[in-house]
Design a protein around this ligand. Structure first.
Ligand code: ATP
Ligand code: MG
Length: 591
């Protein structure tokens, strides 16, 4: 795939070819006169999101969910959630529940479009009847070649395929065999059911595709009712038609499957199983995100190789992982809107995703101070037990309650500040704390929402590490007071009173992959592309205002970035924060 990265955002409005198709269909009244079995008129747009319940949803699925739900919403239509559960080997109820829960969490108009949940496995009976119909009409035959023979005789991109020796089997014989397949008489792989199209077709998907195979496995919904299961390519168009889907939107790799999608619907046109007008398939390019993989199979490898801690590891691009990382439904929606929908494959720069999160949290996340790499700052002219209350806004200026919502915290003699807010020997343009040098006094900074202080000295331990920094404060410099403006300082640092600080664990996350294109690399090379520093766990201190970040639990740690209280590992003794995204993009320089 070409490695062109899309950095800029395109709006959904300007670049959605599917909308244009829908608009034309509405004008032409393609789907106008349709009624359900109760005689209710059906809307002109019914889309569906159709995942296979064989894994957790990832950010790529979010794009598909967004497109389908938004289109339905925009055109007063409906969007079905359909589980394409025709392959029992890897599917289970846990995935179904997780998918439903995640879509509810995303809330992409899920509340506005009626909650319609369907299962392809509910159509097993009808799919079976259609298969029998195709056998009787001479359009399908039971093939008894083994898997390898079928594979060889299918040909390849350069060579046409060859008809199966069972191609001319009488319908009555095929029907008999098919019924015996269904009743469990044969082992897995003994026979398959194929449709007759054209073994010489340029499109390999049209070379007599298999529509049923024997699988003696339990299905999580139908248990052991069936030992033959329909293939996805067969079940999907029929499921779409049964559900009166109008626009069946899928990713580009299904483009070559479209002729079969149309073929099968046309073949059963004369039956009562489905009704015209038929759904139509349209393809859009799947989401490829730099520094990320969006394939369930490859994500599983990360777990198997213990590179991440679970499906909901905050570094995972699964939606449960992203949620734990601090992504909000609104930020994901904003991202989907910004990247738009197109037909050409490209890479989306992960910065677009990160920026969407910043833009969303900037407006709504409460501010709080946290010191992540602490060193003591001692104010020598403060009394030992003295405490003075300081006030700060809880939200950013853009927030509607910027003026009303305030937070309060004390300043006292001993504070925690960031280690890099002090330098023994300052570099050029360093405006934060440094000690007196020669005749020059130490540097002055403002302690955010508190006082201006001047550095007076520091202490080192035996290992030559600075352990304490000393300063004096100016009592008339308090933020918000009249005289404070007399103090002009260039540095403005955050701090927390030591005796009031809350101890927390902060988990600092970075991109999981150093390589921008891990999606297109073989599994065996995978490990080489991993960022060894994608997770760092540190002890830190938090301003004593934890309760103010509830109920959403997002916060901006001032000067650091956005964090979220971890729901899963935090408990009464341990307060754990996951870093969502830094305030600024430190990778920019490196890319
Ligand atoms: P994976 O490759 O991760 O297993 P999938 O395509 O097999 O994904 P499904 O459960 O079949 O997963 O996907 C449900 C829907 O989500 C499909 O319509 C599919 O096209 C869409 N989808 C999956 N991955 C992406 C992606 N990266 N970008 C956009 N849509 C996607
Ligand atoms: Mg799939």
């Amino acid at each position: 795939m070409n490695k062109k990265i899309k950095n800029s955002s395109v709006s959904l409005e300007s670049n959605n070819f599917i909308k244009n198709i829908i608009k034309k269909d509405i004008i032409k009244k393609t789907f106008n006169n349709r009624y359900d079995k109760y005689g209710n008129k059906l809307p002109q747009v019914i889309t569906r999101f159709a995942p296979e319940p064989n894994g957790y949803l990832h950010i790529g699925h979010a794009k598909s969910i967004f497109i389908n739900f938004e289109l339905a919403y925009k055109y007063n239509g409906l969007c079905n959630l359909r589980f394409d559960d025709t392959n029992p080997l890897k599917e289970n109820k846990e995935y179904v529940n997780s998918i439903i829960k995640t879509i509810k969490w995303l809330n992409f108009n899920w509340d506005k479009v009626k909650k319609r949940i369907y299962y392809a496995s509910d159509y097993f009976d009808i799919l079976y009847k259609i298969a029998e119909y195709l056998i009787i009409s001479g359009d399908a035959y039971v093939d008894s070649q083994n898997t390898e023979e079928i594979y060889i005789n299918r040909g390849n991109l350069h060579e046409p395929g060859r008809n199966s020796p069972f191609y001319n089997r009488l319908p009555s014989e095929s029907l008999n065999l098919f019924r015996r397949m269904r009743s469990g008489e044969f082992k897995d792989g003994a026979h398959v059911l194929r449709v007759k199209i054209n073994m010489k077709s340029k499109n390999i998907n049209m070379r007599d595709p298999i529509i049923y195979r024997i699988r003696h496995v339990n299905h999580y919904r139908t248990n052991n009712n069936w030992c033959i299961y329909p293939m996805y390519d067969y079940a999907h168009p029929i499921s779409d038609a049964i559900e009166n889907i109008t626009h069946s939107i899928c990713t580009l790799e299904f483009q070559d499957h479209r002729p079969f999608y149309e073929w099968i619907l046309n073949k059963i046109d004369k039956t009562n199983f489905i009704k015209r007008p038929f759904p139509k398939q349209y393809e859009f390019s799947r989401l490829n995100l730099t520094h990320t993989i969006t394939s369930k199979r490859k994500l599983l490898k990360l777990l198997e190789k213990k590179i991440v801690d679970g499906w909901d590891d905050p570094r995972m691009p699964t939606l449960i992982g992203m949620r734990r990382r601090g992504y909000t439904p609104e930020s994901i929606k904003l991202f989907c809107k910004r990247i738009g929908v197109s037909k050409s494959d490209s890479w989306i720069n992960i910065e677009i995703l990160e920026q969407a999160l910043r833009d969303d949290l900037n407006i709504k996340a409460p501010r709080i101070m946290a010191v992540l790499n602490p060193i003591k700052l001692i104010i020598s002219n403060f009394l030992d037990n003295q405490e003075i209350e300081c006030t700060a806004p809880l939200f950013s200026r853009q927030h509607t309650q910027y003026k009303e919502k305030l937070r309060y915290f004390p300043i006292s003699k001993i504070l925690w500040i960031e280690r890099d807010d002090f330098m023994e020997i300052p570099t050029k343009k360093y405006f934060r704390l440094y000690p007196p040098i020669g005749k020059n006094s130490g540097n002055r900074v403002r302690l955010r929402y508190g006082y201006v202080v001047e550095c007076t000295g520091f202490k080192k331990n035996k290992n030559n590490e600075v352990v304490e920094v000393y300063c004096k404060y100016f009592p008339d410099s308090k933020s918000g007071t009249k005289l404070s403006s007399n103090y002009k300082v260039k540095g403005n640092i955050h701090w927390i009173s030591k005796s009031h600080a809350l101890s927390i664990e902060a988990r600092l996350y970075d991109r999981l992959f150093i390589d921008p294109y891990p999606n297109i690399v073989n599994n065996k090379d995978f490990k080489l592309l991993i960022n060894p520093n994608s997770k760092k766990v540190i002890s830190a201190y938090l301003e004593p205002n934890l309760k103010l970040i509830f109920p959403k639990k997002h916060a901006q740690f001032e000067r650091h970035g956005y964090f979220i209280l971890d729901d899963i590992d935090s408990n009464n003794n341990k307060i754990i924060f996951n870093q969502s995204v830094e305030l600024k993009n430190k990778w920019k320089k490196m890319m």
